[in-house]
Design a protein around this ligand. Structure first.
Ligand code: NAD
Length: 420
């Protein structure tokens, strides 16, 4: 059997059925896979991926293998791995997987090291843990790497910081910043799947409840919109005046976190920042408030403060923990503060990951063709790739659009025509 560290290969049948089910709603990626199968643009290239090990990711891995790549995959979060998916990837699709749901921190980084030991030529990250590890302590892997791609906002922010300090050693394509990624995945994907995670873990009725969203970026907008649709009264907390104004104009209550704390029945952070729910919030929260995070890292909620100040902690059910405060109030934390949509549910639906992962597949192909001419910095996905993916997606949806007429093209390119 190929190199791997997974929970149980016997889970592969279930994993395969779910991978195929997801594939039915990923037509853009499937069409790329068909072309890759014929043209083998990734022939012989080693790709090391650190992504959430879900059925959608499995279909990206299949696409890379179809293109001729050798692939090794580890998890980008200790709680997001679907063990049956991992098993099927190993048994059915020839992908070397190092990921076990619930792995401890030491195992998580051992698995990342296994991907680096594979000497990848291309790295695919979700959150920048592989790129970070290679640059900090595994520089031995640098000489063979031609480039990488990054899936999420937090990872792109980390990469931009590395590039600004002159530390980034190879070019990385910011898949997150493609329009066909964050307009859809971050907004509609996170919006729906975050509520899915909360509902699966708590089975609470959302209608009539006050839900606080911290962060009105792409993810926060999607979440606020979907929570409103479920009947929640939505409050937004922000630090950016423009984003706060947009939330206000979109019809949401906007207020500081200390005030929102008195109102929240459910509170979700999705900012990419640190200690967004902090002591000032815990001290003001209602009894029984539910808190969770859908941002990339589990540092958005100050869990160490809760651990230190709560009288006791009790697991009510898996991934639902109740903290009792000295004044008797309880605060309920979901999924250990890790991505609630991937820990409590299955992450984004396949239909949006179809576009995100089409970007990854095409970014890998682009790196093979162009990396030698690229500098060690963060690159946007080429606009043509973004447009091609949107056009393919529309075609699969049976949506047709207008084309510019020659007259309109000429008009758009002239400056002489003014008021008539
Ligand atoms: N759960 C998922 O599956 C998923 C999917 C995509 C992105 N993400 C992650 O979600 C996070 C947000 O991503 P995004 O694309 O929405 O980013 P974004 O940059 O579009 O939005 C983040 C927003 O948070 C606000 N913010 C920052 N600090 C804050 C604070 N202390 N209090 C309140 N608001 C604050 C910013 O002003 C900004 O408007 C990132 O960590 C990203 O990696 C998660």
């Amino acid at each position: 059997m190929i190199d791997c560290d997974i929970k149980d290969i016997a889970l592969a049948d279930e994993g395969r059925a779910r991978i195929e089910w997801a594939d039915r709603d990923m037509p853009v990626l499937a069409s790329i896979r068909e072309r890759f199968e014929r043209e083998k643009p990734l022939a012989g290239v080693r790709i090391g991926a650190c992504l959430h090990v879900t059925t959608e990711t499995a279909n990206l891995m299949r696409t890379l293998v179809a293109g001729g790549a050798e692939v090794r995959l580890c998890a980008s979060n200790p709680l997001s791995t679907q063990d049956d998916t991992a098993a099927s990837l190993v048994r059915d699709y020839g992908v070397s997987v190092f990921a076990i749901r619930g792995e401890d921190n030491e195992t998580y980084y051992r698995h990342i090291d296994a991907v680096i030991d594979f000497k990848p030529q291309i790295t695919l990250d979700d959150g920048g843990d592989v790129v970070g590890r290679i640059h900090e302590s595994r520089r031995d892997a640098l000489p063979g790497i031609i480039g990488g791609a990054e899936e999420t906002t937090t990872g792109v922010i980390r990469l931009a910081a590395m590039a600004a300090e002159g530390e980034l050693a190879y070019p990385v394509i910011a898949v997150n910043d493609a329009k066909t990624k964050h307009f859809f995945d971050n907004r509609y994907g996170t919006g729906q799947s975050t509520l899915d995670g909360i509902i699966r873990l708590t089975n609470r009725l959302l209608a009539g409840r006050t839900l606080v969203v911290s962060g009105y970026g792409w993810c926060g907008k999607g979440l606020a919109m979907r929570a409103k649709g479920m009947g929640c009264r939505v409050i937004v907390c922000e630090v950016d005046p423009v984003a706060a104004l947009e939330a206000h104009m979109d019809g949401f209550a906007v207020m500081p976190r200390e005030e929102a704390a008195h109102e929240a029945d459910i509170w979700v952070t999705v900012t990419g920042n640190l200690n967004v729910i902090d002591d000032v919030c815990f001290e003001a929260m209602k009894d029984g408030a539910i808190i969770c995070n859908s941002g990339h890292f589990n540092s958005e909620i100050n869990i160490p403060w809760l651990e230190e100040h709560a009288l006791r902690k009790e697991a009510l059910k898996p991934l639902v923990e109740e903290y009792t405060m000295p004044d008797g109030r309880t605060i309920i934390l979901l999924a250990e503060g890790r991505l609630v949509n991937l820990s409590g549910a299955e992450g984004h639906p396949a239909n949006v990951m179809d576009m995100s992962f089409a970007n990854h597949a095409l970014a890998s192909e682009y790196l093979i063709e162009h990396a030698r001419d690229m500098e060690p910095k963060v690159y946007d996905v080429p606009a043509q790739i973004d447009e091609d993916i949107a056009a393919l997606k529309l075609a699969t949806l049976g949506v047709h659009i207008d084309e510019l007429t020659p007259e309109q093209i000429a008009y758009m390119n002239t400056w002489q025509v003014g008021t008539v």
